[in-house]
Design a protein around this ligand. Structure first.
Ligand code: SF4
Length: 385
């Protein structure tokens, strides 16, 4: 298949690996964070750490939208179905994230009074709109999660509901923002003061930048002196991005480079940005699993569309809930620990029976390691070694 096979070619990968070996300086250590779970998945699936020299290490970042959802947000969605009797709609992975009291949305589905509410898996916000149109006497809530990539479709759903006057449709908005999370990581004590996580640069997610462009990352190169390469999700994209980061570190000329020129521009998609700006504004604070409260890191629905905001319509109040005490997802999402540092990894926590959010989605680093790397866990993968 054109475009996919080309970016998975083993010989080309060997060629880039050779260029990386020639480019690294032997007395230097390189620590790069791949922010996005899509990159984490590609790195584990294609065995990229095995192709890297010992002094180049990849650190998994918090860029999996399912992994960073705190328990309290899933609890809100469960309450909507159990207590308010709504038809709660969300994506498949979201339904499996562990919540309080041993529940998940999937488990809560069995407890719902079907005469009133339900919990349903959907593939897009359009599916939730369709359910609302087909059930005019029931309240339908779309539990919207994800980074900047999935925000424009939620905006379109809100505007469609407004245009059609769909009075039984609302959105529980949990959309989060990539640059704010990177700032938070760079300002964290582990990176800034304690030296627990060495970070020499970032691989930025291409799909996010198809919407926001590469420009929002320039701040990290200019203010924090951290290079960023926006990269696609195929193995050769990731390898090429690592080579580009190594070159920047060697020269000390830090900037944002775009490996994914086939779809990303500096400005991004202005039309999508305008839709998002029309529907959403910044939240002052939002809790991320692993990162805690991160200022201005998430979106809420604008006052003008408050009629379609589930938090307003159902008068929801957010309650933070601590993670399972043995789960290391928080430290893993901050780049401080590795999946195998968790006592539950592969024992009681597996993709079939996830105890923490990082084991739920294929983009979660615990799930990626379990599926592709647990039998030969490479010491290079360890964030703190
Ligand atoms: S293995 Fe499971 S419990 Fe442990 S950190 Fe990963 S997701 Fe959490």
């Amino acid at each position: 298949m054109k475009f996919v096979d080309e970016f998975r070619d083993g010989q080309l990968a060997e060629g880039i690996a050779g260029a990386i070996r020639k480019t690294v300086e032997v007395n230097r250590r390189y620590h790069f964070m791949e922010f996005c779970g899509g990159h984490t998945h590609a790195i584990a699936r294609y065995g990229i750490p095995d192709l890297l020299p010992d002094n180049v290490r990849m650190i998994h970042g918090p860029g999996c939208p399912v992994c960073v959802l705190p328990i309290g947000r899933i609890d809100l969605a469960i309450r909507l179905a159990l207590e308010h009797g709504v038809i709660l709609c969300s994506y498949g992975d979201t339904l499996r994230v562990p919540a309080s009291n041993g529940l998940s949305l999937l488990r809560a589905k069995a407890l719902v009074d079907k005469a009133r509410g339900d919990i349903r898996m959907i593939y897009s916000p359009n599916d939730a709109l369709k359910i609302a149109r087909e059930n005019p006497s029931r309240q339908v809530v779309f539990f919207a999660i994800g980074f900047e990539t999935t925000t424009p479709p939620t905006a379109v759903a809100l505007l469609t509901a407004e245009r059609e006057g769909l009075q039984n449709f609302s959105v529980l908005c949990c959309h989060v923002l990539t640059p704010a999370a990177i700032t938070h990581i760079l300002d964290s004590p582990e990176v800034r003061d304690l030296g627990l996580v060495a970070l020499d640069g970032f691989i930025g997610p291409a799909h996010v930048s198809t919407v926001i462009g590469s420009q929002p990352y320039e701040f990290f190169a200019e203010e924090y002196r951290k290079p960023v390469v926006i990269a696609g999700f195929e193995p050769l994209d990731v390898m090429q991005a690592i080579l580009m980061l190594i070159r920047q570190v060697n020269t000390g000329n830090y900037r944002v480079e775009n490996e994914f020129t086939r779809a990303v521009t500096r400005e991004g998609n202005r039309k999508a940005q305008a839709l998002v700006a029309e529907c959403f504004e910044l939240r002052k604070q939002f809790e991320w699993r692993g990162l805690g409260e991160v200022p201005y890191s998430a979106l809420k629905i604008r006052e003008r569309l408050a009629a379609f905001d589930a938090e307003t319509r159902f008068n929801l109040t957010y309650q933070p809930v601590p993670d399972h005490k043995s789960c290391e997802c928080g430290a893993i999402l901050r780049g401080v620990k590795h999946p195998t540092d968790c006592k539950l990894f592969g024992m009681v926590c597996t993709p079939d029976s996830p105890m923490g959010s990082c084991m739920v989605s294929s983009e979660g680093c615990c799930a990626a390691h379990y599926t592709y790397g647990r039998h030969k866990d490479h010491p290079q993968g360890h964030a703190t070694s």
